[in-house]
Ligand binder design. Sequence first.
Ligand code: VGL
Ligand code: ZN
Length: 179
Amino acid sequence: MPEALLVIDFQNDFCPGGALAVPHGDEIADRVNELISSGRFDLVVATRDWHPADHGSFSERGGPWPVHCVQDTPGAELHPELDRDGVDVVVDKGQNPQTEGYSGFDETELASLLRERGIDSVTVVGLATDYCVKNTALDALREGFDVTVDSSAVRGVNVQAGDSERALDELRAAGARVS
Ligand code: VGL
Ligand code: ZN
């Protein structure tokens, strides 16, 4: 079973000090790097939330979020603790100003990339559990991949208390394995 590791949005803006900091987001680094170097994965993909400056999810445009992950800004860069040399491909998402673009599969080349490499199974880690990790994992299931979420390598925003737990429940109900 060729397997890919999908590292979702492990970027400066989603870590403490960033524009849309996920509490303890930086703490996933060790586990993510351990998975990258485990030898278990045939392909390692890192996604980046990669918004144009006028993205519709920004509060100044009536959206729910502060300005974050604007293309080519330091906040949009991959977190410095991520083992960048272990990443095979970077996939940018969220570029359409009109859509949220939470999922790594939304208007990207990710599905075709995985199929091209013969991948049938994915492990999803990264930020944030209740938004981009959840939506990417749900789309991976819809695309027919076998999906595992490594719960020690994700962290959530938790706008409402319990959002991350509910996201993991939803993922289990949809057929993902939560390890
Ligand atoms: C995300 C909120 C807004 C995420 C991206 O990566 O989970 N959350 N944009
Ligand atoms: Zn975003």
